[in-house]
Design a protein around this ligand. Sequence first.
Ligand code: SF4
Ligand code: SF4
Length: 297
Amino acid sequence: MSSVKEIPAVWIAGGTCGGCSVSVLNAVVPSIKNVLIDELVPGRHISLKFHTNISAGSGDPVIKVIENVGEKNENEFLLIVEGAVSTAEEGIFCSVGEKNHSPVAIRQWVVDLGKKAMAVIALGTCSAFGGIPGGRPNPSRVRAVMDIFKEEKIKTPLINIPGCPPHPDWFIGTVAKILIMGLPKAEELDDWLRPKEFYGTLIHENCPRRPYFDEGKFAKKFGDPGCLYELGCKGPITYADCPLRQWNNGVNWCIRAGMGCQGCTQPEFPDLLGSFYEKLTDVDVPKIGEYWTRREG
Ligand code: SF4
Ligand code: SF4
């Protein structure tokens, strides 16, 4: 008999472009095969029971699989929610499967499974904060998972992994840590429930163009040397480790490619950050480490 402990996981998707799935499926080390088929950590293994895009089955049998995970594994499975949760017209703008010949709104799944899960990961900025589907005028009135939990008084531990899309390491690192060390403690998450090891520093703190900023040398057009602040960079208010980790297995990242950071991991993204190429306004650029000093104080 195998001594490997299997942790069932269900991955559902609401209002999303699917980019969070694409990003995570492109993980290099460990590969998605390692995560889903092998022991991610010794003696522990994720058993992905359902994924909106990659599950081979369809129809009622698949819906039964999702229901069974909730019923048979209470407090023992991970729920991953990709995409925002539509709430207008009783959530009918986004549904998964049917019950008694009526579509089941994603909001209903988030509530039903969210109550029973051992933890919920809101993957991507849409799920964590509303993101692009939540931008004005938000006709389907999408909400973040944490808003739905608040409304329904659901106390299941929730971890936000924002990003548009999120870096695969942010997701896989979080899942691996849960398998090895259990759920994150409150002090390991920031005010927005993001793991500090990935979202603990400002882009601006580690940006290779920071010396230009400090010297007041600002690029006037794309391709110029200089800091991208005046061309709309949101790095001074954005928490993520992109400058250190980089993207596509360390090949490059937004600012090194010559584009300002768009603040994609922030709850204000996209509406409240101004347009992509507009300089941040009304922002006191925080000093390095100020956020954490304030928080600890
Ligand atoms: S404003 Fe943007 S480009 Fe300039 S130093 Fe800060 S993060 Fe880097
Ligand atoms: S640099 Fe900014 S916009 Fe680019 S991925 Fe990181 S947080 Fe998102």
